[in-house]
Design a binder for this molecule. Structure first.
Ligand code: BES
Ligand code: MG
Ligand code: ZN
Length: 492
């Protein structure tokens, strides 16, 4: 859909003029009533419109308004209004257009700010997303053109629109990767995508470790997890270096890239396995970011490390009770082969610590079902010892609407992963604090001088059913917009 910023003009001929209104805003209703010759009053009496978020009322356009229809769209309580409200309204507008076959609408923005333009555009574009390449017939979104009515449009509004377009491009790129089934998006296909990103710009280079190199270099954890599968594992290392200017900061990102998680010998029950093509969502987030990174021109060196493999079961696979040696030199007793994410990420963390030596590591993984139990589908958990990293990431989260909530890295619980025969076990034997146990395990592979944040995205990376207007079911692309905001904060 094409989005255009224009000066408010009620004479514009569109299928609908959409006006968000707040709860109890009698003044706004009176104004709109005046615009359409007093015909709104009767409608309001008939309907139960209270302007709750997403509620709507539709009347014919007449008098001063040349639009065929006028839609009043509830924006909720004015006191609870934030940019996220506009993203959600963007999603609602897409639905209204689909239901009513509107292809061209005008939307009046409640406030003139650039943040509002950005958020509304994100909501409109993100809700337009479909993944229907494997369907013979599929419906396409009806809305083709949206005019954003502003009292005084200026160049900053245009920039906001471009910013939103970039965020959406990265996010939908990640969604596509997550939505691809595991027979189409195997480790080697992910490598192919990393290669394409590398080829698209001189600022990004890729180093890719093959199975043979992983074996020679001692990536024992990745090798153990991937051993049960016929498909070969890779470690992808992408680096973005700005063209000019002095680089002050070096940030490393790490993403879990399990293209299918059967659980291995500790096999998952069938109903818990069906969405496990999405167990590479952490890796997809980083690829989505790198897809748009060169356009941002940030003065930060950014590394993305993606261990990618399948977690399958066979006579060659790792077995419960096996002891393996990780890239760090630490040995791991694998007591549950379904706690494989932390195992491959351990090698990723040690590789980053030894070879990249950044100030900061931020890691994204669909790590634990326990995180979903704790926070549900909308919210990711952040675990970090660094107050600054936590503050910056939470700030980025509030700005972009991708929700994050802190969980404590309770040090006493580390004892539960002490092994009788190895340096550490990959699980604790009781069921408590499953998400935190994952974070504690990972933190053991990061030296104290590096600030480290673990973000468990098991919830918001994949929606079985859509509950947020601008996020269709399936992969959400969670984390791309969070990282974009975070990088904006730290590069200032
Ligand atoms: N990929 C899963 C975590 C997961 C579950 C992500 C549900 C998304 C939705 C992970 O590899 C896993 O299986 N974790 C185990 C850990 C346990 C064995 C300690 C889990 O959560 O059950
Ligand atoms: Mg390149
Ligand atoms: Zn697993």
């Amino acid at each position: 859909m094409k989005i255009e910023i224009v000066k408010t003009n009620y004479k514009t001929e569109v299928d609908a003029l959409i006006i968000p209104v707040f709860v109890d805003d009698a003044q706004a209703l009176a104004r709109i009533d005046g615009m359409i010759g007093g015909t709104l009053r009767d409608e309001l009496v008939k309907s139960e419109f209270s302007a709750e978020l997403g509620q709507k009322i539709m009347v014919r356009g007449r008098d001063k308004v040349k639009a065929s229809n006028v839609v009043l769209l509830g924006a909720g309580e004015k006191s609870r209004y934030k940019t996220e409200t506009l993203r959600r309204l963007g999603g609602e507008i897409s639905k209204i257009a689909d239901d009513n076959y509107f292809s061209r609408v005008a939307i009046e923005l409640p406030k003139n700010s650039t943040g509002n333009v950005w958020a509304l555009a994100e909501g409109l574009w993100l809700s337009e997303y479909r993944f229907n390449k494997y369907k013979e017939t599929s419906e396409t979104p009806k809305l083709k053109q949206a005019l954003l009515f502003l009292k005084n449009p200026n160049i900053n509004h245009e920039r906001a629109l471009q910013g939103a377009a970039l965020a959406v491009l990265g996010t939908t790129f990640a969604r596509d990767l997550v939505n691809e089934p595991s027979n189409k998006m195997r480790p080697k296909e992910i490598v192919q995508i990393a290669r394409e990103i590398e080829a698209s710009t001189s600022q990004i280079n890729a180093r890719i470790f093959t199975k043979k190199e992983l074996e020679e270099d001692g990536f024992g954890a990745i090798n153990a997890v991937s051993a049960g599968s016929y498909t070969e594992p890779y470690l992808i290392h992408l680096v973005y270096r700005p063209d000019k200017g002095k680089v002050r900061k070096k940030i490393a990102l790490l993403g879990k890239g399990i293209t299918f998680d059967s659980g291995g010998i500790s096999l998952k029950p069938a109903e818990k396995m069906s969405n496990m093509k999405a167990d590479m969502a952490g890796a997809a987030t980083l690829l989505g970011l790198f897809r748009v990174l060169p356009i941002l021109e940030l003065q930060v060196e950014i590394h993305a490390v993606l261990p990618v493999c399948e977690n399958m079961l066979s006579n060659k696979g790792v077995k419960p009770g096996d002891v393996i040696k990780s890239y760090s030199g630490k040995t791991i007793e694998i007591l549950n082969t379904d706690a494989e994410g932390r195992v491959i990420l351990a090698d990723g963390l040690s590789y980053i610590s030894k070879k990249i030596m950044p100030q900061i590591i931020i890691e994204f993984s669909t790590l634990t079902g326990a995180c979903l139990v704790a926070l549900g589908e909308n919210i990711a958990a952040i675990m970090t010892k660094s107050a600054k990293l936590k503050r910056d990431l939470l700030r980025a989260s509030r700005r972009c609407g991708e929700k994050l909530w802190p969980l404590p890295l309770e040090q006493d619980y580390k004892k539960k992963m002490e092994s009788d025969i190895a340096d550490i076990k990959n699980i604790s034997l009781d069921r408590w604090a499953g998400a935190i146990m994952g974070g504690l395990f990972l933190a053991e592979f990061v030296p104290p001088e590096i600030e480290f944040a673990h973000i468990d995205i098991a919830g918001p990376s994949f929606f079985e059913k859509s509950t947020i207007s601008y996020i269709p079911s399936g992969g959400s692309g969670y984390g791309v917009r969070l990282l974009l905001e975070y990088l904006r904060i730290v590069s200032q």
